[in-house]
Design a protein around this ligand. Structure first.
Ligand code: 13P
Ligand code: ZN
Length: 276
């Protein structure tokens, strides 16, 4: 079976296409990465080329030494991924020091992995550690309503988590840990990756002010579903806010405390503060 017929490749392409169709990937906006399983690397070993030079990642991820990732290319359009995966995606290998990568497949017309590779890999490194290897997907999208919210709310984990939870009863069930917020920073480098990966210690969602969000998860369905849930909640928030400066009624801290045991989740008290 060729690389293109592998289940992980089909899932990756479907997620990229879904994100584009949702309107979260204008032009080359957004990027996606998947940490391949050992058996998936073995299944495509015959198609991997190890002749390309090692390149600096721009950060250190020793916890990912020897891992392989499927990633989107920098400047490539999500819209085109399904039409020509080999031109828009790459499989990269991480070296034994965790400081360099090598392109082993894809980007057949040239190019390099996403400019957000440092953020992706630092997030993967944290998630691999804190989930004992269960998490494999990191997704960055330019979700419209989430971005809009970052112009209105204070840029705190508490404000964003609480407002997003209030907009749909299922939200605290889908992301009970809440969401983290990174203030505006220059994208594409190590610094924003450091700040984002700190948030990934606690959360599966990191919102980048005036830019977009990062989601992490074990597979494509759960990670995409998470982004979809957060963005839908943000859309409701923007609609409510467009109608009225104050909500007439909402889900209260007491309601959340009642919800938690019913769904077998824990909701940190820091998000259930009284509003004045
Ligand atoms: P890339 O095209 O390099 O992936 O950049 C897109 C983006 O969204 C940067 O944050
Ligand atoms: Zn971006």
């Amino acid at each position: 079976m060729s690389v293109l017929d592998q289940e992980f490749m089909i899932g990756f392409i479907r997620m990229a296409t879904d994100g584009f169709e949702h309107g979260w990937h204008e032009r080359n906006g957004g990027n996606l990465s998947y940490r391949m399983k050992e058996e998936e690397v073995a299944a495509v070993a015959g198609e991997l080329n190890h002749d390309a030079p090692w390149q600096p990642i721009g950060t250190e991820v020793p916890g990912l030494a020897g891992e392989y990732f499927l990633v989107t290319g920098s400047g490539k359009y999500f819209r085109n991924v399904c039409l020509d995966p080999a031109a828009n995606l790459a499989i990269i290998e991480i070296d034994e020091s965790g400081t360099q990568y090598k392109i082993c497949w894809g980007l057949v017309n040239g190019g390099r992995p996403t400019s957000e590779l440092p953020s992706h890999l630092m997030n993967h490194e944290v998630k691999k550690r804190v989930t004992n290897g269960a998490y494999r997907v990191i997704y960055h999208c330019h979700a419209t309503n989430v971005i809009a919210m970052t112009f209105v709310l204070p840029l705190t984990d508490e404000a964003f988590t609480r407002e997003l939870w209030e907009m749909a009863t299922e939200c605290p069930v889908v992301f009970p840990q809440g969401v983290g917020v990174v203030p505006w920073m220059v994208p594409g480098g190590r610094e924003i990756g450091v700040e984002t990966s700190k948030l990934m210690e606690d959360y599966d969602v990191a919102i980048w002010a005036h830019h977009g969000m990062f989601c992490a998860g074990p597979d494509f369905d759960i990670t995409y579903g998470l982004a979809d849930t957060v963005e839908k909640s943000a859309e409701i928030w923007i609609k409510v806010r467009s109608c009225t400066p104050e909500k007439r009624q909402t889900i209260t801290p007491e309601d959340f405390r009642e919800l938690a045991p019913a769904f077998g989740i824990e909701l940190p008290e820091k998000f259930l503060y009284e509003k004045h």
